[in-house]
Structures are given as structure tokens and as C-alpha cells.
Ligand binder design. Structure first.
Ligand code: IDE
Length: 449
């Protein structure tokens, strides 16, 4: 693949990404079952300002005008997630036709507008009915997930050509079961490894199900945050390896190589089981691409008191950070793309999420002051993708996070990642300067960088 020096290949795909619970609203509409983020956000104290996704961006009702905005931006593709509990209100068994109907309308409208729909089956919003049966701690969930996957493959594989099984299983295991900062809010050294393993078994089962009838591409979306040691001391280097294994290799490694990183035994100790080899073989199903979510890097030092990693980030001074406190470090994206290529056999890669939160207050006059740092973030990170491609990485597309300001999980609506501003009181959408910039990138296929 020859990559032009000053633009992207002609078949490179430009899109934006969102997820169901963060933008749709109407979480219980039309027969949908409750999901764990509905229950979590309605539990006092779990989310900033006790905010929730009851309305969010009201996309469930406003999807047609939102797709019009995507068209105006010139988006070629749109990455969204399907809410499991809209399709199967109890998580298994009875299919909810109205739930399928919403995604039918969404997909058909996208196609009418010449925008490729690309779907993620699971973006953290597990049906409560399954959580109440153990959720990711119950081995049966691999079969439950495969059945759910089959119901949507059957309905949409004629129109959706790029599927992802899971979005960032690390967040579910680490935030949801180890630290309790995300739904379902458990804090357990012993539960997290079980959640990890069942998430990956579910991934494998869904890929196997897809191979039986699917005609297009399916992959796994992982968050990778490259870890750089704070010093060359053996303690800091070892801590960095633990942090890198626990976040960056815990999921991609079983999926691509059929093994878990040995450092996980060092992190979890006796809480890390000896998984059956047959399980890990089933996880390692050939996939068509890796979806990479990249936002920042971490500089890591040894910290014996930091449970359970015994590693802690070192904030870098005198450099730009986003509203999330994440360092702006585009070189980390190039490094990560090269790392995936070299370590996992040069798989096709989509950058499925990349973006930045900055405060974008609307003025009294209704204008939106898009922080110029967001444009610079996109410019430098899209350049970083191009650098990796020029170095031989097979990157197929880039999805900006996010199309709309949206519900930022436990941070509620306090963080704005959108290239389109949302006034949550009025639901007014206002494209930001970053939308105009990104629209220019798409129109010129990256030549304006
Ligand atoms: O935080 C921004 C987005 C979030 O809105 C998406 O739903 C999610 O897919 C997403 N993943 C990351 C990067 N991974 C990460 C998530 C939580 C804590 C630390 C890192 C950022 N984001």
C-alpha cells in the first residue's frame, strides 16, 4: 500500500463515533429492557451531579436531523453501538421488534445519505436482567452474547459491513469490576479476572457466530494507552510492564495470540486463575481488524501502595492536557500503531476513537467557543496516523470521538468531546470549529493538515 506524502489513500475511511447510552436517551422506550448504566446512573453518588442518560442527546428521536448534520460534515462512515437491551429486553430469549426497528431506521437513513454504518455490539450497557444473573461473572454470558449477536447479524449484515464485538473490555473489567467506578460498580480483585475472561469468551463466541453467516468484517475494539517508564530504574520499568500488561495486553493478547500476559499473575496474584487452554483457544478467533481507541499516553512509576498495579502515573508538566487531565501526546498514537503492527502480525487497524475534551461554553448569543486546542488535537493526531501509515501500518480509517457532546459516563455531562456542541436544555446542535476543520480534512482526504 503506497501512502501519498501529503494525503491519505483514496479508500481511507473518515467517520465519527458515538455509543448508544451516551447519546440516545429514551433508554426504556418501546419495550427496551433496563441496562446497567441506567441503574448505575440512577444510583445516588455514582455519577457527577447524579446525572444520567434518560435524555442525553435525545438521538433516539432526533437521529434523522443528526444524520443530516453528518451528511453536511461529509462523514463517510458512522460508528455507533447497538443497545443489547433494546434488542433483547431480558438479555436473552424474546426479541423486541421495536428495538430492532430503531436501528433499522438509523441504518437505512445512513445508507440513504451515503454514510457507511459500522456497529459495535456492546459498549458497556449490559441488560440488567443478565447482570442479575451474574453478568460478566457468569460463564453462560458467552452464549447469551453470541445469541444476541446472531439476532443483529441476521437482521443487518446485508447493510452493516464493519462489526465490532466489544468496545474496550478493559473498562468493563477494570472500572466495572476491579475499582467500581463504572457499572456494575463492583470492587473486587477476584471478580475482575473472571469478567476479563468471560468478556473475551463472549468476543470469541460472537466471532464464531459471525463466521457461520456473516459476509463482511468483524473485529475487537481496544483502548491502548502506551506506557513509558518515569525512569530507567528497575522498579519503574517493572511497574510500567505491569501497567502495560494490565491495560494494553490483557485483551488484545488472548484475542490475537491465544495467551494472557504473564504479568497478570504478578498484578492479580492468586486472584488470576489458570484458565483452561480450551477457553483461550476459543477466544483466539481470527478477526478482520483491530479497532484502536487512542487518547493519551501514561508515564509510569513504581508505587507499592497503588492497588493492585503497584504503579502510578506521573503527570507531565509544561505540556498540554485535556479537560480529562490526559496529556496531549500524538507521538503515542504513532508508537501504538507501530506496536500493534509489530507485535500482532500487522492486522488491518481502524482508529475507532480519538478525540479530546475541552470546555466549550456557549455564549449568551448562542455561539459556541470551540477551544482551538481541539482543532490542534485532531490535526496533530491525524498527522500521527499518517506518519504510522507511511511507516507501513495498515490503517483503514479514522473515527473522531465524538460527533456530539454526550454523557461521559461517571463524569456525566461535565466533559465535552463533541465536534458538535449540544445545548442539553434545548437540544440545539451547533457545529464547532473542530467540525469545520474535520469536514475540511475529509473533503481534502487529509491534504489540509
Ligand atoms: O472518555 C471518552 C471516551 C468515552 O466517552 C467512550 O465511551 C469510550 O469508548 C472511551 N474510551 C476512552 C479511553 N479509555 C479509557 C476509558 C476510561 C478510563 C480510561 C481510559 C475514552 N473514551
Amino acid at each position: 500500500m503506497t501512502v501519498p506524502t501529503n494525503r491519505f489513500p483514496d479508500d481511507f475511511v473518515w467517520g465519527c463515533a458515538t455509543s448508544a447510552y451516551q447519546i440516545e436517551g429514551s433508554p426504556l422506550a418501546d419495550g427496551a429492557g433496563m441496562n446497567v448504566w441506567h441503574r448505575f446512573s440512577h444510583t445516588r453518588g455514582r455519577v457527577v451531579n447524579d446525572e444520567n442518560g434518560d435524555i442525553a442527546c435525545d438521538h433516539y428521536r432526533r437521529y434523522e436531523s443528526d444524520i443530516e448534520l453528518m451528511k453536511q460534515l461529509g462523514l463517510q462512515a458512522y460508528r455507533f453501538s447497538i443497545a443489547w437491551s433494546r434488542i433483547l429486553p431480558e438479555g436473552t430469549g424474546r426479541v423486541n421488534p421495536a428495538g430492532l426497528g430503531f436501528y433499522e431506521r438509523l441504518v437505512d437513513r445512513l445508507l440513504e445519505k451515503g454514510i457507511q454504518p459500522t456497529a459495535t455490539l456492546f459498549h458497556w450497557d449490559l441488560p440488567v436482567a443478565l447482570d442479575d444473573r451474574g453478568g460478566w461473572l457468569n460463564r453462560d454470558i458467552a452464549g447469551w452474547f453470541a445469541d444476541y449477536a446472531e439476532s443483529v447479524f441476521r437482521r443487518f449484515d446485508d447493510r452493516i459491513k464493519l462489526w465490532a464485538t466489544l468496545n474496550e473490555p478493559w473498562v468493563v473489567s477494570d472500572n466495572g469490576y476491579l475499582h467500581g467506578t463504572a457499572a456494575p460498580g463492583h470492587r473486587s480483585l477476584f471478580e475482575a479476572p473472571i469478567a476479563t475472561h468471560n468478556l473475551m469468551r463472549a468476543h470469541g463466541a460472537a466471532v464464531q457466530a459471525y463466521r457461520a453467516t456473516g459476509r463482511h468484517q468483524i473485529g475487537l475494539v481496544v483502548n491502548i494507552e502506551p506506557k513509558y517508564p518515569a525512569s530507567t530504574s528497575s522498579e519503574d520499568v517493572a511497574a510500567t510492564r505491569r501497567a502495560e500488561a494490565q491495560m494494553n495486553r490483557q485483551f488484545i493478547e488472548p484475542a490475537m495470540l491465544g495467551r494472557y500476559p504473564e504479568e497478570l499473575r504478578d498484578v492479580f496474584g492468586e486472584a488470576w486463575p489458570d484458565w483452561p487452554a480450551s477457553d483461550v483457544e476459543q477466544i483466539r478467533q481470527p478477526i478482520d481488524f483491530i479497532g484502536l481507541n487512542y487518547y493519551t499516553r501514561a508515564v509510569v512509576r513504581n508505587d507499592p501502595g497503588a492497588w493492585p498495579l503497584r504503579a502510578a502515573p506521573v503527570r507531565q508538566s509544561q505540556v498540554a492536557h485535556t479537560e480529562m487531565g490526559w496529556e496531549v501526546f500524538p507521538q503515542g498514537l504513532t508508537d501504538t500503531l507501530l506496536w500493534i503492527k509489530d507485535r500482532y502480525g500487522a492486522p488491518p487497524i481502524y482508529v475507532t476513537e480519538n478525540g479530546a475534551a475541552f470546555a466549550d461554553p456557549a455564549t449568551a448569543a448562542g455561539d459556541v467557543l470551540d477551544d482551538p486546542r481541539r482543532v490542534e488535537y485532531f490535526r496533530t493526531h491525524i498527522r500521527a496516523v499518517h506518519d504510522a501509515m507511511r511507516a507501513g501500518v495498515d490503517v483503514r480509517g479514522y473515527f473522531a470521538w465524538s460527533m456530539l457532546d454526550n454523557f461521559e459516563w461517571a463524569l456525566g455531562y461535565s466533559k465535552r468531546f463533541g465536534i458538535i456542541h449540544v445545548d442539553y436544555a434545548t437540544q440545539k446542535r451547533t457545529p464547532k470549529a473542530s467540525a469545520t476543520f474535520y469536514s475540511g480534512v475529509i473533503a481534502s482526504n487529509g491534504a489540509v493538515l
